[in-house]
Design a protein around this ligand. Structure first.
Ligand code: HEM
Length: 473
């Protein structure tokens, strides 16, 4: 069973957190004067709240800066409003990782807020039901499962096709193009090939419209288009599952998910299976695409790291297709991925609904409210990372290849920790290797065309669609 209880390592990290928290008197910094701030349930409200939008105008423009400014006035825990109706108690301190353990919190809000996108997938379920489904499908997502399903090969083919095309087109709008890669990689892992890839991409883009919080369900509106696309995708995924059953294919990723067993030895129901397969394209595209895009940005600014990467890649005889091969031959690749993930966590705010009242950082957190953890802040904690705002892949060079739950918080934590984290790590690492292989071998480096436009922070932290890169010597 995956992470139903706390691992000794997590326990240790949280214990250290607690000790540090007590030592720093984190409950609410005594130097912070809350008297002039709006208060709600004993917590300050972030300044700058507007009617209808709440704090979205500030968070969307520059969440890092806006929350830092709020922290200096409110301390490390305060209310932010995602629209006037959705208050979220935002936590900027590492100790907030407690909320992801789902001891006193739940994920039920995801299904309430995005029912058509979420369906019966694991992200919106909790407790025994969630554990059962995870148990049945998690084997497929372990490094061993990925090797068996030849996931590295599928990613490598996808990267090669897209990056060769970049070579010919010249100017590359980086995020839209890495998103195409990430979607095609998931589709190819599911066994979809050739021309079908662009059709699937079209339906997924329609499906993503379900994230727009507009409840009107008339023809042509986002909710309607999302539902329609979901219908098409469900039918296609159903056919893939049927084929897997007919051919008794246990090796592919869909095969391993289909024949995987839960704690009672049962396979998933057809609905659970289809909904969870559908969820992979949703969970694994914008996130992975954002990290790939940011790594191009950083590599364009750091010739020293680009040269080191190219040097290691030039020694390769064959393209590695597993993480362990890759880490032996191009150790800098995973360091680049991890550092990019740290500085630019794609899902910057992890949220939960409080199911039972609990204590955190010396506060009573009431039942029924929404709480959030800013991974932007946990990932840039100056007490954990030297020069936390700088991109320094070398901070991971000397690490054995595990890392503690705080360092990998960009993938979440606890029972809902990202199921696809090994896929994402492999894809992000292979991406930079292929970049160096295709462009570095010709003496080229990524270059920003014009200025870097402001990034997007909501719902994902990613470069603007208008950020353009070229590759030249
Ligand atoms: C850099 C890329 C990625 C990042 C940063 C990321 C991040 C996350 C985060 C923060 C969560 C929520 C964890 C929590 O609530 O504690 C999550 C859940 C999930 N991710 Fe990822 N993810 C990435 C790539 C992927 C990929 C490639 C896949 C699949 C191919 C995937 C599949 C999932 C699934 C299925 C869940 C739900 C797990 C559950 O609720 O039990 N993710 N991911």
């Amino acid at each position: 069973m995956e992470q139903p209880k706390l691992s000794p390592e997590t326990e240790q990290v949280l214990k250290e957190n607690n000790e540090r928290k007590v030592a720093r008197g984190i409950a609410q910094s005594p130097s912070v004067d809350l008297s002039y701030l709006e208060m709600k349930d004993g917590f300050p409200v972030m300044p700058g709240k507007k009617p209808f939008v709440g704090h979205v105008h500030l968070l969307g423009r520059n969440a890092l800066e806006a929350l830092n400014a709020a922290k200096s006035k409110c301390g490390p825990i305060f209310w932010t409003y995602y629209g006037s109706q959705l208050p979220v108690l935002q936590i900027l301190d590492e100790a907030g990782i407690d909320i992801l353990l789902n001891k006193h919190t739940s994920n039920s809000y995801i299904k309430e807020q995005m029912p058509v996108v979420t369906g019966e997938s694991i992200s919106g379920t909790d407790g025994q039901h969630h554990r059962n489904v995870r148990k049945a499908i998690s084997g497929a997502f372990t490094p061993k499962g990925l090797t068996q399903a030849k996931v590295g090969e599928a990613i490598s083919t996808t990267l090669e096709q897209h990056l060769e095309a970049w070579h010919h087109t010249g100017k590359v709008p980086i995020f839209p193009k890495t998103k195409e890669i990430a979607l095609d990689a998931v589709f190819r892992i599911l066994g979809i090939e050739g021309q079908d890839l662009s059709v699937w991409r079209h339906y997924y883009e329609e499906f993503f419209l379900g994230m727009i919080p507009l409840k009107i369900d008339f023809p042509g509106f986002p909710a309607w288009r999302c539902r329609k696309a979901r219908g098409w995708l469900e039918r296609q995924v159903g056919q893939i599952v049927t084929k897997v059953r007919e051919t008794n294919d246990h090796d592919s990723l869909v095969g391993a998910m289909t024949f995987g067993k839960d704690e009672s030895g049962n396979e998933l129901s057809e609905t659970e299976l289809i909904h969870n397969i559908l969820g992979l394209g949703f969970a694994g595209s914008e996130t992975t695409a954002a990290v790939m895009a940011w790594s191009v940005f950083e590599l364009s600014r750091r010739k020293d790291i680009w040269d080191l990467l190219c040097e290691q890649v030039a020694q390769l005889e064959n393209m590695p297709v597993t993480q362990s091969e890759l880490n032996k031959q191009v150790p800098i690749a995973e360091a680049i991925f991890r550092e990019t993930l740290r500085l630019y966590p794609p899902a910057p705010f992890e949220m939960r609904k409080v199911s039972t009242e609990f204590e955190l950082m010396g506060h009573r957190i009431p039942q029924g409210i929404m709480v959030g953890l800013s991974l932007l802040h946990v990932s840039r904690n100056p007490e954990r990372y030297s020069h936390p705002d700088e991109w320094q892949p070398n901070r991971w060079f000397d690490e054995a290849h595990g890392h503690n739950p705080i360092e990998s918080c960009q993938f979440g934590s606890g029972p809902h920790v990202c199921l696809g984290r090994h896929v994402a790590t492999l894809e992000g690492s292979l991406f930079v290797v292929k970049l160096a292989q295709i462009f570095g071998s010709k003496g080229m480096q990524p270059r920003l065309v014009g200025k870097m436009p402001p990034p997007s922070f909501l719902p994902f932290y990613r470069p603007s669609n208008k950020a353009i890169f070229s590759f030249s010597g």
